[in-house]
Structures are given as structure tokens and as C-alpha cells.
Design a protein around this ligand. Structure first.
Ligand code: SF4
Length: 403
């Protein structure tokens, strides 16, 4: 859909990154890596939520030993996150991880960086150069007069130079900052300077919903410019939320094939016959773990709902204490209001298995359309064409202004 920047391809385990491969979703475990069972449980939950690659901290010997047990049982590739101790990078490779993340601001001795890169080269393992605005090398901070996009990019380029000295090229880079415009600038600058795949993220974005907004603003701006090969939402939340958000963003932008329900819902208005927020939330929950790649609509009224959501595969609109189900804009069934969510799930599963044509064919569309027309005209009779009473408000406004 968008012209993507051409990058060199690397592989994290069996998952390709860059070089035109699908954009991947990453997250990070929050358990102690030494807690093998707890960490694996989180990794399985992340994989189920759409995470392609997971990162675990490797900050002590016990963590590296934990990784040796986690890696062979993990359903997705594992990257070890390394900050201050280069020896932990060597230990993680020994444990069998599929890649490393090094923070150049925290491991600064060239001989240590080169020792890690040489080992990764011999094992054909990729390394992400993970520059982080909050832990930038102090000398670069001083040279650039503070935290700037150029300073972050220079940090990455310095690390690349050390890697090249030992002939290591399996590189992926991130230049994350918590400030969205700064992060966007840094990635744009970096994309012009290197051919390596880029890992996008807004660091320390915070708890949802503000964290989700910040991360989405930064990541999607770049993705729409064709920049970015893998993404991570850094939220102060259960990491499963991060994986879900990443997956949903890629599906919404058409960058990954839809695997989950795309729930659309009207914003509700004076015409609504149900509590749209409540029904939409219950529907969202009911579809959360179902892998149904369908667009499903929850609409507040049968007057406008089926028409406004006619592109949806399936939808429901309320009227006269009843739910009117529609498939591709055609009324197919009427159910009691209390059964709206259950009916949506049942029809969605049928459509997923047999398609929308079969769903329309199995319905008594004539009867459903007649019922919908009856409820529609009754509601129009009750509320009129101006359900929000805008007409009388306008009369009042004109009176106020002219007084
Ligand atoms: S007119 Fe009906 S479908 Fe449109 S916003 Fe109002 S309640 Fe929802």
C-alpha cells in the first residue's frame, strides 16, 4: 500500500526483518527472566496477541541461565536486552538467543562492543543498536548541546563503525525518544543515512490511553512514509496490550493481513436506541480472542445504522428493543436486544466459515427487511428526522443572538 524504503534483510530466528518482509510486532517481557515458567507464560500470551519477536532482559547470570531454558520452549524468537555488562551479551548468545539488543549509551568501551559483535558474527546472530534518548552517551549530549536527532543518529553510526571494524553487518537500529517529533526526526535522518532495517518505537510512552496515542503518532507517521521494518509499543501496561496495539496498528494501516475483528461502531447520538458504548465494549470483549478477519459494526439505530455501515461484513443496529442484524448492508435477522452480542458472534462465525453470500442465502431477508422497515418508520414517527432536536436549538440560538 505504501512505498517502503528498501532495507537489508536480517533474520531473527525464523522471522525475517527488513528487505520487504512483513512489518513485525515486538514486545518485551516484564517478568524476571530467571523465572522460566512465568516468563514463558507471558511469551505465550504475547504470541497469541500477535507478537512476532519478544525481548527479555539479560541483566544477570541467572537471567542468562533462564534464557537457556526459555529459548527452546518459546513459540517466537527471543532477543536478549543488554545494557551495562557486555559479558551478559556473551552469556545470552551462549544461552541460544536469536538476537541481541545493545544500548550504545550504556556499553561504551570499543573493545567490549567489538567482542560482542565478533561473537555475533561467528554465530550469525543479528544485533539491534538500540539508541535511547534517555541514556545517550554523555559526550554526544555535550557535543550536540543536548538531546537532538543528530546526536542520536551519531550514536548509532559510531556503533555501526565498531561493528564494521570486525566485519559484522547483521544490524537493525532504533533511535527512540519519548518526545514524538524528536523521535520522528531522528528516524528520518537515520533512514537517509543507512540501509539497515529500523525498529520503531516511542520510548517510555506511558500508560494508555496517552501512551497509545503518543506511540501511534510516532510509529504511524513513519510507517506512512515507508520507514520502519519492525515496531514496538512501549506502554506502561501489560505487555499483551503492547502486542495487541502493534498488531492492530499494522492491520489498520493495511500493512499486515487482517487476523482479528475490525470492530467499528457509531459514535451514538440522540437517535440511539441502545447504550452503544456498552454494546460495543461487550462485542469487543466477545471477539477479543477470536481470530475472525471480519469488519463488524455496532450501530445505535436502525434508521441510519445499516446504511452507514453497509461496507461492513456484518453489523447490528438497534430499534424498538430489538437488534437488526445486517450482512453487507442487507437485513438478515431480528433478535431481542439482550441477545445482540451473542447473535453477532454466532453470525460472525458462520460468515467466517461460509462467507457473506451464504449468510444472506440462509436468511429470510424479506422478513428481516420488513421488520427493519417497520422499526425504522416507527422511530422516524417518534423522533422525526431531527432526532437531536437541532432545529429547535437553532431557533433558540437565533433568538439569543438577536436579543
Ligand atoms: S444516527 Fe443512528 S447510527 Fe448514526 S450515530 Fe446516531 S444512533 Fe448511531
Amino acid at each position: 500500500m505504501y512505498e517502503r524504503r528498501h532495507t537489508q534483510q536480517i533474520s531473527v530466528g525464523k522471522v525475517p526483518v527488513g528487505g520487504g518482509s512483513p512489518i513485525t510486532v515486538q514486545s518485551m517481557t516484564t517478568t524476571k527472566t530467571a523465572d522460566v515458567e512465568g516468563t514463558l507464560q507471558q511469551i505465550y500470551a504475547l504470541a497469541a496477541a500477535g507478537c512476532d519477536i519478544v525481548r527479555c532482559t539479560c541483566n544477570e547470570q541467572e537471567a542468562a541461565e533462564g534464557l537457556a531454558q526459555i529459548v527452546p520452549r518459546s513459540p517466537i524468537p527471543i532477543i536478549a536486552d543488554i545494557h551495562h555488562q557486555y559479558k551478559m551479551a556473551l552469556a545470552a548468545m551462549e544461552a541460544g538467543v536469536h538476537g541481541l539488543r545493545l544500548n550504545p549509551g550504556n556499553i561504551r568501551k570499543p573493545e567490549h562492543i567489538k567482542a560482542v559483535a565478533s561473537e555475533a558474527r561467528d554465530r550469525c546472530l543479528p544485533i539491534r543498536i538500540g539508541v535511547n534518548g534517555g541514556s545517550l552517551d554523555p559526550s554526544l549530549y555535550e557535543k550536540h548541546g543536548g538531546l537532538t536527532a543528530a546526536a542520536m543518529v551519531e550514536s548509532a553510526l559510531q556503533e555501526i563503525a565498531y561493528f564494521h571494524e570486525v566485519d559484522f553487518d547483521l544490524i537493525k537500529i532504533s533511535v527512540k525518544a519519548s518526545n514524538v517529533p524528536l523521535m520522528v526526526d531522528a528516524y528520518r535522518l537515520l533512514a537517509d543515512a543507512v540501509k539497515y532495517p529500523l525498529h520503531l518505537g516511542v520510548t517510555e510512552a506511558g500508560p494508555p490511553p496517552a501512551g497509545l496515542v503518543k506511540a501511534t503518532a510516532g510509529i504511524s507517521t513513519l510507517l506512512l512514509e515507508g520507514i520502519g521494518d519492525t515496531i514496538r509499543y512501549s506502554l506502561t501496561a501489560d505487555p499483551v496490550e503492547e502486542a495487541r496495539a502493534g498488531r492492530q496498528l499494522l492491520e489498520a494501516l493495511g500493512l499486515r493481513e487482517r487476523k482479528n475483528v475490525d470492530l467499528i461502531a457509531c459514535p451514538s447520538c440522540g437517535r440511539a436506541e441502545i447504550d452503544v458504548i456498552d454494546v460495543a465494549n461487550r462485542a469487543m470483549k466477545a471477539f477479543e480472542d477470536k481470530k475472525l478477519p471480519l469488519q463488524i459494526a455496532v450501530m445505535g439505530c436502525v434508521v441510519n445504522g445499516p446504511g452507514e455501515a453497509r461496507e461492513a461484513d456484518l453489523g447490528i443496529a438497534a430499534g424498538n428493543k430489538r437488534g437488526h442484524l445486517f450482512v453487507k448492508g442487507r437485513n438478515v435477522a431480528v433478535v431481542p436486544e439482550s441477545e445482540m452480542v451473542e447473535a453477532l458472534v454466532e453470525w460472525a462465525e458462520f460468515i467466517h466459515e461460509h462467507g457473506t453470500d451464504a449468510a444472506i442465502a440462509r436468511a429470510d431477508t424479506k422478513l428481516a427487511e420488513r421488520e427493519a422497515a417497520r422499526d425504522r418508520s416507527q422511530l422516524l414517527d417518534e423522533k422525526g428526522a431531527d432526532a437531536n432536536d437541532a432545529g429547535s436549538k437553532i431557533v433558540e440560538i437565533r433568538k439569543t443572538v438577536s436579543d
